[in-house]
Design a protein around this ligand. Structure first.
Ligand code: SAT
Ligand code: MN
Length: 624
């Protein structure tokens, strides 16, 4: 049957069941779809059922359009090459649109300071931006209607979205990254709320047919007051897979604020110790700082087992039974950075992407595979075509893969996916880690004195810029809670919301908060710590701290660091210089505290909670 239908012209109109016709959608969904059709004027509409048959048709269309090519080396896997102008998130064109500006972003202390914690747009200007871009933008294209669930369908912590898009690439990727299909429609039929997500790749005079987009007019708009996302002009990642950063973080954080929980840019892992004791932790790092590697860590210490719940986003909610924060991974797939990933650095990611995967902007090998910088050398005689379609020569400045190239793979294919990764009530979280790329001054690990101090540690996060957005160079940027590009509301209010977790639920056992830095360098610019599988040595110390082992800490002005000899370094060769790795240079930290203070006072001004200022004052006193 599948073969016969493939021979015919793909018919997106042929719905699998009555549920998947526009006219049979729940009224509120139908109204959203009809409004979008009215505005964008697609040539037809297809309601996605998430089936294999449907996926085959979408893939066939993508191949016909030359957006993707089949990778013959792997099963059901494809390579997409974008317009070279459409390769990363565009933070400067991303807006939170609210009635009151101060709900969306903090007001800097004086008008000459440019805000760096998100962009605001008025609702009127949003209307204008939509009117300038969307009318008729889908002419000649199919509109895909994607009902999707963030989190297990129907779960108490899950939420539903409906994305309409004119990009079959986005439709195929959403099917990997979120849960799409019949149960979502059923849930909607029962009257569930949903987030409206309108997306078009747009059109521009100089666009290439295989990757239509409109880079000059790209815009990503969020209306948290009515749970709406409107995205135009880009087909790439966080700009177009609207379940991810737009819904799960920006709109998600505003829903979380209203409902009393947290939507965070965090991985979730379960760690089982050699004694069989299992604990879950979350960790927040800025984009492209190794979250996926930590989420899939292969322990260098015998007897430890790490299992992955999620690699990018965590929704954390108080659980009245355990009196702990529980986390779910709202996503269903990985959208991981390709370069640097190999069978040594992350064998589990490599295993996850061997089938049913879409690769974007990586190199293409002559034997039908993929290649990127840092991957094992291809066999003798195999040639590589780079992401721009040119023969790869290895010349400096001409990488085979774009630095922000990605693999998109189902999470269920991860060999170490946690047995509870789809548990609808989430997993209990014992510790939260913050981190970033800090070549200087920041110890391998330290623990905050308490939750309030931990909130300051999160607020003070900084990291070297990466390729995940449009920033240039290796500048050390402030990236509080690794959320700077993803806040859906005023960061000052966000800190207050974090602080309120202490009191709002009654009795609670909050996670301990730590800061880690795998990236400290010596004077010659060499990394002091091996990283990757050896990071388990730090996690092991953290878990002993979760069990309140007080014999392994030493107090410093910035928090507790491991006491000499308390990190398990067995079998590590060469032995790292722990003195350097754990040192807390006072002059550096005085400057760091000043920089955090300047940042908070300039950028957030009156919205910085008093407790955070008190914590900062206490830090400065400890340093003096
Ligand atoms: O925002 S993306 O989904 O493109 C990736 C990231 O920045 O983490
Ligand atoms: Mn991310």
């Amino acid at each position: 049957v599948v073969k016969a239908s493939l021979k015919k012209k793909p018919d997106y109109f042929a719905p699998r069941t009555r549920n998947f016709t526009v006219k049979n959608l729940p009224a509120s969904v139908r109204a959203f779809v009809e409004e979008s059709v009215e505005l964008c004027r697609p040539s037809d509409v297809h309601v996605m059922d998430g089936s294999e048959r449907e996926n085959k048709l979408i893939i066939e269309k993508l191949i016909n359009d030359k957006t993707i090519v089949k990778l013959t080396k792997y099963k059901n896997s494809y390579l997409a090459l974008t317009d070279p102008r459409d390769v990363a998130r565009v933070e400067s064109r991303t807006f939170i649109c609210t009635t009151n500006k101060s709900d969306a972003i903090p007001t800097p202390a004086n008008p000459s300071i440019k805000g760096s914690l998100g962009n605001w747009m008025s609702l009127q200007d949003l209307e204008k931006a939509v009117d300038e871009r969307f009318p008729n933008c889908m002419q000649g294209r199919t509109m895909f209607v994607i009902p999707f669930s963030m989190g297990p369908v129907g779960g108490p912590m899950s939420k539903i979205g409906v994305q309409v898009t004119d990009s079959p690439y986005v439709a195929a990727a959403m099917r990997i990254m979120t849960r799409v299909g019949e149960p979502v429609i059923e849930n909607l039929q029962e009257g569930a709320d949903f987030v409206k997500a309108l997306h078009s790749v747009g059109r521009s005079p100089n666009m290439i047919p295989s990757w239509p987009c409109d880079p000059e007019r790209t815009i990503i708009l969020h209306k948290p007051e009515c749970n709406e996302i409107i995205s135009y002009g880009s087909g790439y990642g966080g700009n177009s897979l609207l379940g991810k950063k737009c819904f799960a973080l920006r709109i998600g954080s505003t829903i979380a604020k209203r409902e009393g929980w947290l939507a965070e840019h965090m991985l979730i892992v379960g760690i089982t110790s050699p004694h069989g004791d299992k604990k879950y932790i979350c960790a927040a790092f800025p984009s492209a700082c190794g979250k996926t590697n930590l989420a899939m860590l292969e322990s260098a210490l015998p007897g430890y087992k790490v299992e992955c719940v999620g690699d990018d986003i965590a929704w954390l909610k108080y659980n009245a039974k355990t009196k702990m924060l529980h986390a779910i991974n709202p996503e269903a797939g990985f959208f991981g950075v390709a370069p640097g990933t190999n069978w040594k650095t992350n064998p589990n990611a490599m295993a996850s992407m061997q089938e049913n995967s879409i690769f974007t902007n990586v190199g293409h090998t002559s034997d039908g595979g993929v290649w990127w910088e840092g991957m094992e050398k291809p066999a003798e005689g195999i040639t590589i075509t780079d992401w721009l379609g040119k023969p790869y020569t290895g010349k400096a400045g001409h990488p085979a893969a774009h630095p922000n190239s990605r693999f998109t793979s189902p999470a269920s294919q991860c060999p170490i996916i946690d047995p509870l990764w789809e548990a609808s009530e989430g997993v209990p979280i014992s510790a939260i880690l913050f981190g970033g790329r800090r070549p200087e001054g920041v110890p391998l690990v330290y623990e905050s004195f308490d939750w309030e101090h931990g909130v300051l540690v999160g607020a003070g996060m900084r990291s070297e810029a990466t390729a995940a957005a449009e920033h240039r160079g290796k500048e050390i940027m402030h990236d509080p809670f690794a959320m700077r590009p993803f806040f859906g509301y005023n960061f000052g209010h966000y800190m207050s919301h974090w602080l309120s977790q202490q009191t709002r639920h009654g009795e609670i056992k909050l996670p301990k908060i730590f800061h880690v830095n795998w990236f400290r360098k010596d004077a010659d610019g060499k990394f002091l710590w091996p990283g990757f599988g050896d990071n388990i040595r730090v996690l092991d110390w953290i878990l002993r701290r979760v069990d309140n082992d007080c014999s392994i800490i030493e107090a410093t002005p910035i928090g507790y660091v491991p006491k000499e000899g308390s990190l398990n370094l067995e079998g590590l060769s060469p032995q790292p210089d722990m003195k350097k790795l754990l040192s807390v240079p006072k002059d550096f930290w005085k400057k760091e505290a000043e920089s955090i203070e300047k940042y908070l006072k300039e950028q957030i001004d009156k919205d910085v909670p008093a407790q955070v200022l008190n914590q900062l004052q206490a830090l400065k006193e400890r340093l003096s």
